[in-house]
Design a protein. Structure first.
Lengths: 289, 257
C-alpha cells in the first residue's frame, strides 16, 4: 500500500495555476483550509489551548478522517470549519477566501442522533429543508410534494423506507444514526461534518453504517470531514487520514489511503490494511505519552 | 378484568365507602348537624340550593379562568425571556425567587386596598399565584435543548427564532402542560381564597356567609362543589396534556442508544 505524505508546505490562497488542477480537475480548488488556526478558550492563567496552530487543507470532494487521542481538538476543528467558533489566531478559508460558513452548505452529524422526539423520521429528516435556502423559500408550498419525495428517496437509500412515519423512539440506535445521516445530507451539503457518528454502535451495525455512508459519499461526493477513534473506520471510509497529537493538538501525520472506492468490507482484513491501521495505532500510542 | 379497571373500581368503592362511613358514624355517634352534617343532608342541600349556588359557581370559575389565563400569558412571556437569554435569566431570577417565596395569600389585602373587594382581587390573586410555576417550567424546558442539536441547526444557518420555533418551544411543551395542571389548581385556590376574604360573590363567599349564619350543611355543600370543580379543572388539563404532549411519555421503556 502506498502512503504519501501530503502536508502542504505553505498554505497560500489558490495559486494562479494550482499544480493539483493539472493532474485532477476535481481537485481544482481547495474547499477548506485552516492556516495556522489555533483555538484558545478563556483568558489568562486559566485559559485552555484546545488547538495548536494547525494547517490543514481539504480538496473539494475529498474524504478526510481525523484521528487522535481524546481531547486533542478534533471536535474543535469541526467547530472551526463550521464557523461555530472563530480561530484565536490564523485563518479559516473556504474556497480560498475568508468567508462566513453560511455561504457553504454544511451538513453535520454527531454520535447522538438528536432526532426530535415529537416528529416522525420523515419530518425530522425534512428539517434542514425548512431552514436552508433555497429550499426554505418554497418549503411551505412544497411540503407535501417534491420535498417529501426527496426525503423518501434518501430514506430508501439507507434502508429506512418503511420507517418514514415512525417516531424516533420506535427505531434502534443504528436506524436512528441512518436517519441522522439523512438529515445531514438532505439539503445536498457541500461539506459533511461527522463527529464520531458511529461511536455508540456495536461493531456489526457500525460496519453496516460504514457501507451506507460510503455509498452516500460516492453518490453525492460532498467534501467529508470525519472525526473518529476507530482506525478501521478511518481506513475503510477515508481517502486521507490525519493524525493529531495530544492536547493541545496539531496534525502530525497526513497520509492518503490508496485503495480504490467503493471498498468491500472485507478489505479491513487485508494484510496491507491491517498494517496501515497498525501503523496509525502505534503513532497515536506514541503521541499520547 | 384488566388491572386498570380493577383499580378504578376499587377507587370508586373507596370513595363510596368513605361517605358511607361518614354517614354511619354521624348516626351512631349522634353527631349534631351543626358540627358535621351527614352526607345525605349535604346532598339534599346541594340539590335544593343548586339554583342559588349556580351563579356563584360560574363566578368562581370566571375569576379562576380569567386570572389563570392572564397568569399563563405573563408566565409564558417571562419564561421565554429568561429561558432564551442568559442575561435576562441572571438579572431577573433572584427577584422572581424572592417573589415566589411570598405566601401569595399575603397579597390579597393589597389587592383589596387597591381595587376594593369584588371580582378584581380574586382575578389578580388567581393570576399572581400561578405565574411562577409556569415561568420556571418554560425556562427549564427552553434551557434543556441539547447543545449538539443546537450546533447542527446553527450550522444549517438557523436563526435564533427558527431554533426557538422548531426545537425550543416544542421541547418545552411537556414542561408547559405539566405546569398548567399545577397552575390551574393554584389559581382556583387563589380565587376562592380572595372570595372568602373580600367579595360578595363566588363559592368562597357563599361558604363564608353560610358559616356566619350557621347554615352548616350549606358550608359543606360549598366544599363539595369546590372539590368537584377542582377535580374537573385538573382533569381537563391532565387530559389536554396527554393529548398534546403524548410523545414525551410514549415509549419511555424503549432504550435509545
Ligand atoms: N468551550 C470550551 N471551553 C474550554 N475548553 C474547551 C471547550 N471546548 C473544548 N475544550 C477543551 O479543548 C480540548 C479539545 O476539545 P475537543 O476538540 O472537543 O477534543 P476532541 O479531540 O476529543 O474532540 C479539550 O481538552 C477540551 O477540554
Ligand atoms: Mg470530540
Amino acid at each position: 500500500m502506498n502512503m504519501t505524505s501530503d502536508i502542504p508546505a505553505q498554505a497560500m490562497p489558490v495559486p494562479a495555476t494550482p499544480p493539483a488542477s493539472r493532474t485532477n480537475p476535481v481537485h481544482a480548488r481547495p474547499a477548506i483550509e485552516l492556516q495556522d488556526a489555533s483555538v484558545v478558550f478563556g483568558k489568562g492563567p486559566q485559559s485552555v489551548t484546545a488547538l495548536s496552530p494547525t494547517t490543514l487543507r481539504m480538496e473539494r470532494g475529498d474524504f478526510l478522517a481525523l484521528v487522535g487521542p481524546s481531547g486533542c481538538g478534533k471536535s474543535t476543528i469541526l467547530r472551526l470549519v463550521s464557523n461555530l467558533i472563530q480561530p484565536s489566531s490564523g485563518l479559516v478559508l473556504l474556497g480560498g477566501r475568508e468567508v462566513a460558513a453560511k455561504e457553504l452548505r454544511i451538513g453535520m452529524a454527531f454520535q447522538n442522533p438528536t432526532m426530535l422526539p415529537w416528529l416522525t423520521i420523515e419530518k425530522n429528516v425534512m428539517l434542514p429543508l425548512k431552514i436552508v435556502e433555497p429550499f426554505k423559500r418554497t418549503f411551505r408550498q412544497d411540503r407535501k410534494g417534491a420535498y417529501r419525495d426527496r426525503v423518501h428517496a434518501l430514506l430508501a437509500q439507507v434502508g429506512l423506507k418503511d420507517f418514514a412515519n415512525h417516531f424516533p423512539w420506535q427505531l434502534s440506535g443504528g436506524m436512528l444514526q441512518r436517519a441522522n445521516l439523512c438529515r445531514a445530507l438532505i439539503h445536498d451539503p457541500d461539506l459533511l461534518l461527522l463527529d464520531e457518528p458511529f461511536g455508540a454502535l456495536d461493531q456489526f451495525t457500525r460496519e453496516e453504517l460504514w457501507q451506507i455512508l460510503q455509498d452516500l459519499y460516492l453518490d453525492r461526493k460532498p467534501t467529508v470531514l470525519l472525526v473518529t477513534h476507530d482506525l478501521r473506520e478511518a481506513g475503510f471510509l477515508a481517502r486521507r487520514i490525519c493524525v493529531m497529537s495530544a492536547r493541545p493538538g496539531r496534525v502530525i501525520s497526513d497520509r492518503a489511503v490508496d485503495l480504490p472506492q467503493p471498498r468491500d468490507i472485507g478489505v479491513i482484513y487485508d494484510p496491507a490494511f491491517v498494517e496501515m491501521t497498525q501503523g496509525l495505532r502505534e503513532l497515536i500510542a506514541q503521541v499520547r505519552k | 378484568m384488566t388491572d386498570a379497571t380493577r383499580i378504578r373500581l376499587m377507587s370508586s368503592s373507596f370513595i363510596l365507602g368513605f361517605f358511607l362511613l361518614w354517614e354511619v358514624l354521624c348516626i351512631v355517634l349522634n353527631v349534631s348537624d351543626l358540627i358535621l352534617p351527614r352526607p345525605s343532608e349535604i346532598a339534599v342541600t346541594l340539590w335544593t340550593r343548586f339554583p342559588v349556588l349556580w351563579p356563584h359557581i360560574l363566578q368562581t370559575l370566571y375569576a379562576t379562568l380569567t386570572g389563570f389565563t392572564l397568569g399563563v400569558i405573563i408566565g409564558v412571556s417571562i419564561g421565554v425571556l429568561i429561558g432564551t437569554s442568559r442575561v435576562a435569566y441572571g438579572v431577573a431570577y433572584p427577584l422572581l425567587v424572592g417573589f415566589s417565596s411570598i405566601p401569595k395569600v399575603a397579597v390579597v389585602p393589597i389587592f383589596v386596598l387597591w381595587f376594593g373587594s369584588g371580582t378584581t382581587p380574586a382575578i389578580l390573586t388567581a393570576m399572581v399565584i400561578c405565574v411562577f410555576p409556569i415561568v420556571v417550567n418554560i425556562a427549564t424546558g427552553l434551557a434543556t435543548t441539547e447543545p449538539d442539536l443546537e450546533d447542527v441547526l446553527k450550522t444549517l444557518g438557523a436563526s435564533k427564532k427558527e431554533i426557538l420555533w422548531n426545537v425550543g418551544l416544542p421541547r418545552t411543551m411537556p414542561y408547559f402542560f405539566a405546569s398548567l395542571k399545577v397552575a390551574i389548581t393554584l389559581s382556583f385556590v387563589g380565587a376562592v381564597l380572595s372570595e372568602t376574604v373580600a367579595s360578595n360573590k363566588g363559592i368562597g363567599n357563599v361558604m363564608m356567609t353560610a358559616s356566619s349564619n350557621f347554615q352548616v350543611s350549606l358550608v359543606f355543600a360549598g366544599l363539595i362543589v369546590l372539590a368537584l370543580m377542582g377535580v374537573a379543572l385538573y382533569a381537563f388539563f391532565s387530559f389536554l396534556e396527554s393529548r398534546v404532549t403524548g410523545w414525551a411519555t410514549r415509549g419511555n421503556d424503549i432504550a435509545i442508544t
